[in-house]
Design a protein around this ligand. Structure first.
Ligand code: NAD
Ligand code: UDX
Length: 458
């Protein structure tokens, strides 16, 4: 017999890992994760989990079939649950009012109505998805305007995990944030959610707030993080003009304890499913309250991100004698960051498309993202290949472009790679992760972000 049943609706990058960690630490709770996507659920039930995340397999294997279960039967699990986390996707709207900026809340609202339809007793509904501030008010209206005489308590508990380090982030979070109403039922529900996290999280790291602060804090955290990346990327452009070195500048400013060293790595711009969507959503919300200047301020963070990717492609084309047409170019990395197979909003997508628009022929290698490459570049079929290993990707290529910060890219035998390439051979290290001096000595012309190029061509 379990003490309580926790349900999570949405078995994606957040729902799956988060519930696996909760189940691992709370064996007295039954934890069920449901999704409308049967393939995803089948993968969660198999030895081939649907997402690559270091440490995830171990956690899932500890709890699965003990107190962690995956299912496509959303309705019956809603009926039998006490606490429901909703972790469905909330992408940018692609149609109608707010298209390209606002959050598309259709999955979220459908879920709310489904919860209502299938409940005969009151429940705690927890927003795990990232949502516009004040979404909980709309949810409360949908859920509580029922004629069943039951009450739903809506809480906000945003997720701060980053992909590639999700398990570490969940096991040792900087903080757990829970927003609740300051009512008797709100406080009671809050205690129930705190009790779950207190199984493994020190009490002082579990912070509470009102619902709106919690919803807004999630958008703001992502906006601040992305802003740091865009800020350092603007300075990388200035470094390239002045012979200052972005790595030295990052180090120097990061040692100021008020600034701190993290998220100061210049590169090809941020990707991932969250930053762009959440900043655009924040900007849209600000504008909808008449705060035009606030909105413009945050939009710049996204504009600089596109600028950085375009700038990188311009450097590639210019350095390669102003043409890449019909030249083979090896792209190392397609995931939006290391240690994940996720390609959503990856900077590699726009870089690859821009180069193929210049008629380059790409051979792409990524240790974990092969599936995403074919999906993201479907319109460019015939102009690229997906390679099984980096050596065949680089064979006969004029250039190598590093688009993802996978550690393994630093460990290849670049002498052998160089020998199989067309000459002059170029490397464009969009993540500043390779040993540039060594590559230059081998014979490559080396281009970096925010650092002077090491060119053999004068
Ligand atoms: P995802 O697309 O990987 O997963 C969402 C899942 O919800 C999908 O599998 C989809 O099939 C399912 N779903 C949609 N509608 C459903 C319904 N009506 N019933 C059952 N299942 C349904 O998305 P994700 O990356 O896990 O993100 C989920 C939320 O968490 C988003 O709001 C996102 O902004 C937020 N978030 C994501 C991250 C991250 O790193 N990916 C981190 C923090 C927060
Ligand atoms: C982000 C937030 O970090 C996380 O808290 C939130 O819950 C979801 O969104 P994620 O997108 O998974 O996580 O990865 P993150 O590590 O934040 O990296 C985002 C992008 O920024 C990546 O493309 C990464 O390569 C890039 N980045 C990050 C840089 O270019 N430079 C940096 O210094 C840091």
């Amino acid at each position: 017999m379990f003490k309580k049943t926790i349900l999570c609706i949405g078995a994606g990058y957040v729902g799956g890992p988060t519930m696996a960690v909760i189940a691992k630490h709370c064996p007295e709770y039954k934890v069920v994760v449901v999704d409308i996507n049967p393939r995803r659920i089948a993968q969660w039930q198999s030895d081939n989990l649907p997402i690559y995340e270091p440490g995830l397999d171990e956690v899932v294997y500890i709890a699965r079939d003990r107190n962690l279960f995956f299912s496509t039967d959303v309705d019956s699990h809603i009926a039998s649950s006490d606490i429901i986390f909703v972790s469905v996707n909330t992408p940018t709207k692609t149609f109608g009012q707010g298209a390209g900026r606002a959050a598309d809340l259709q999955h979220w609202e459908k879920t709310a109505r489904q919860i209502l339809r299938n409940s005969s007793s009151g429940k705690i509904v927890v927003e795990k998805s990232t949502l516009p501030v004040r979404t909980a008010a709309a949810m409360e209206r949908i859920l509580n305007s029922n004629d069943k005489g039951i009450h739903f308590e809506v809480l906000s508990n945003p997720e701060f995990l980053a992909e590639g380090s999700a398990i570490k982030d969940l096991e040792q979070p900087d903080r757990i944030l829970i927003g609740a109403r300051n009512t008797e039922s709100g406080k009671k529900a809050l205690e129930e959610i705190i009790e779950i996290y207190a199984h493994w999280t020190p009490k002082e790291k579990i912070i509470t707030s009102n619902v709106w602060s919690s919803e807004l804090s999630k958008l703001v955290a992502n906006a601040f993080l992305a802003q740091r990346v865009s800020s350092i990327n603007t300075i990388s452009a200035l470094c390239e003009k002045t012979n200052a070195d972005i790595e030295e500048v990052s180090r120097a400013i990061g040692m100021d304890s008020r600034i701190g060293p993290k998220f100061l790595k210049a590169g090809v711009g941020f990707g991932g499913s969250c930053f762009k969507k959440d900043i655009l959503n924040l900007a849209y919300i600000a504008e909808s309250y008449g705060l035009t200047e606030v909105s413009r301020y945050w939009e710049q963070v996204v504009e600089i991100n596109s600028y950085q990717q375009e700038r990188f492609v311009r450097i590639i084309v210019t350095s390669m004698f102003n043409t890449v047409a019909e030249k083979k170019i090896a792209l190392f990395g397609f995931a939006f960051k290391a240690d994940t197979g996720d390609t959503r909003e990856s900077p590699a997508i726009s870089i690859a498309k821009s180069l193929m628009n210049e008629r380059a022929i790409l051979s792409i290698y990524d240790p974990k993202a092969s599936e995403g490459i074919a999906f993201e570049l479907a319109d460019y079929a015939g102009r690229f290949t997906v390679e099984e290993d980096p050596y065949s990707a680089a064979q006969g290529a004029h250039a190598i472009i590093v688009a993802t910060d996978w550690t393994e890219f630093g460990s290849y035998d670049y002498q052998s790679i160089y020998e199989t390439m067309e000459k002059p051979a170029f490397i464009f290290d969009g993540r500043n992760i390779l040993d540039h001096h060594k590559l230059f000595k081998i014979g490559f012309s080396v281009h970096r972000i925010g650092r002077p190029p090491m060119s053999r061509l004068g």
